[in-house]
Design a binder for this molecule. Sequence first.
Ligand code: SF4
Length: 211
Amino acid sequence: MMGDRSFQNIIQSAMSSIGKELEIEIDPKDIQTIHLQEVTQCLRRSYYDRIEPNEIERRGFNELLSGLLRKLEYGSEPKEFAIDDIELKGQVDMLVDDSILLFRSATGELENPQANDILYLNACMWIYDKVDGVIVYITGDRKETTFTLTRNKKMFEEVIRRVRVLHDLLKEQKTPILEPSSDCSSCQYYERCFMKKKNTKQVSLLGILGQ
Ligand code: SF4
């Protein structure tokens, strides 16, 4: 009979295989192509993903929703936006009636959209030249929260700045600075940036400052 432990391992490994299938394909050596996902998350994480990657641990099938929709290409081929000699490549989850739709998983109903999702959606509106965008958050128990966005130039300029920074750091093989955020606790590089995770609430300031 199959124990709970091995059953969990099977599900984890299934999620990991599907997740790999659905990941955006990034050629780590092609630094002239920067992917939108890389600059709307922590740049240090994107740098490690290219230079010395660790596998990400997935927590649930609803995390895979966005990748599944992208793969099915509901009217949304990946698109590139030229920034000097760099191509910024983005892909939306869905294009419906000239509006861009993104779908994201959430653990509960949100009062505001996540900052990196706003950056991603806004940049897509410039890359695809559309003026309306929607983010739909879906929880494990199928509750939806929807936010709409009108495109904003200043926010897109910030994304362009981050594209140039990541490109230059990859070229010079320099690790980006820490970008501490709530994402760090689930980041696969937490121990590289901070310290070994322990099941205690004690925090070593020396461990952080020693970086
Ligand atoms: S732990 Fe935080 S700062 Fe370090 S790479 Fe991950 S997200 Fe970035």
